[in-house]
Design a protein around this ligand. Structure first.
Ligand SMILES: [Zn+2]
Length: 390
């Protein structure tokens, strides 16, 4: 277990399972529940690191698969690790690469050992195993490392889900073994790699598709191995929203109280508020940035589509309740004009607003848990979203 990684539970909501806490890493601490903007290629699309800091991002996510292919983990390591490479001093979580290997690549061959796949960039063959994923993440030097898992495809039969979670279980054990070896015997990383962050924490990933007993079985196996935090994976992959919340409400309360709980790849602002109420502490999702580039804004009154001609002469901000720097300065009409003209600034402003809206929502969630008013906040937030735009 990583010694510099501390999770403190500061406050528990009385009416729900929501909790407020703080996670400390060797790159500083961040408050939970937390949203992690996704920095796929070492960049949260359209935003500078300064913008992220000003918007209040206290931890970001990097994608192991993308960084491994380009510019390569050895290059990043030789430049001092991911924090120094991208000039970001706050915490970083890296995913295991598994999700992208299974969703982006073709002609893969999966064995007990690992996965062989062809790069989506140039078709070159690569092989990733739990050990290799740990070597890449150790070279990147992120603060939170994710165990290498198979994201169970959806839909899956019970037998398929069982086989998949058992493989993930064996891979989780190998991940832990290899990461601790890399931290304790840095020379085992090979001559070209320096272990830049020996205090990395490791999270295990719960799988089991929508089968609740399999989810439990997966969790028990992970707890037996022992991780610094526990993630719920394999959701938001095409299942009905009801099925997703059935899994989260079943499994989140069974996860260790004294470790952070991370719901991977979820979701909309309302999904996040609901999952917080079920006891989840950490989130990531590409939705705020991806939707921003498609002209879809998240606001306190639901989604706003800037392409809509009704905003052509609209001098109001995107969201008059949003304190972000975009809403303080620019109008819907101007942002719509930028978007319609294909100006780069359009993506910058929409992305900055959406990320700010998510981070601000998390701040209000944390405040309301601390003040004991989370349920009240949740009701008014959800009814605000349901009012819709105009
Ligand atoms: Zn805003």
């Amino acid at each position: 277990m990583a010694q510099d990684f501390i999770f403190e539970k500061l406050r528990h909501d009385d009416a729900t399972r929501a909790r407020a806490g703080r996670i400390t890493t060797s790159h500083g601490s961040f408050d939970t529940p937390a949203f992690m903007p996704v920095g796929t290629q070492g960049s949260v699309k359209a935003l500078t690191q300064e913008m992220l800091e000003r918007a209040g991002a206290s931890i970001i996510l990097g994608n192991t698969y993308h960084l491994y292919l380009r510019p390569g983990h050895v290059t990043i390591n030789q430049l001092g690790g991911l924090h120094r490479f991208i000039s970001w001093e706050r915490p970083i979580l890296t995913d295991s690469g598994g999700f992208q290997v299974f969703s982006l690549t073709s002609l893969r061959k999966m064995t007990e050992e690992g996965v062989e796949f062809q790069s989506h960039i140039d078709g070159a063959s690569h092989f990733i195993s739990p050990e290799k994923s740990m070597e890449i993440q150790a070279a990147l030097g992120s603060d939170i490392v994710m165990a290498f898992d198979e994201c169970t495809p959806f839909p899956a039969t019970r037998d398929e889900a069982l086989a998949s979670l058992e493989l993930t279980q064996r891979w989780a054990r190998r991940s832990k073994q290899r990461l601790s070896e890399l931290h304790n015997e840095p020379a085992s990383a090979g001559p070209r790699i320096t272990i830049v962050n020996p205090t990395q924490a490791l999270f295990g990933i719960n799988q089991g598709s929508t089968f609740l007993d399999l989810r439990e079985r997966s969790l028990e196996g992970l707890i037996e191995i022992g991780f610094d935090g526990y993630a719920i994976g394999g959701l938001s992959v095409g299942e009905e929203k009801g099925a997703m919340f059935e899994v989260v409400s079943h499994i989140a309360p069974r996860m260790p109280e004294d470790r952070p709980r991370y719901l991977m790849g979820v979701g909309t602002p309302e999904d996040i508020v609901e999952a917080v109420a079920l006891g989840v502490d950490m989130f990531d999702c590409v939705m705020p940035t991806r939707n921003a580039r498609n002209g879809q804004l998240f606001t306190s009154r639901g989604k706003l589509n800037i392409k809509n001609s009704r905003y052509k002469d609209d001098s109001q901000p995107l969201d008059d309740a949003c304190p972000c720097e975009v809403c303080r300065r620019y109008s819907r009409a101007y942002i719509r004009h930028l978007y319609m003209s294909g100006e780069i600034l359009g993506s910058v402003l929409t992305s900055l607003h959406n990320i700010s809206f998510y981070l601000d929502t998390m701040r209000v969630i944390r405040q309301s848990i601390e003040l004991g008013t989370f349920s009240k906040f949740r009701d008014s937030f959800l009814s605000g979203l349901a009012r819709g735009q105009d």
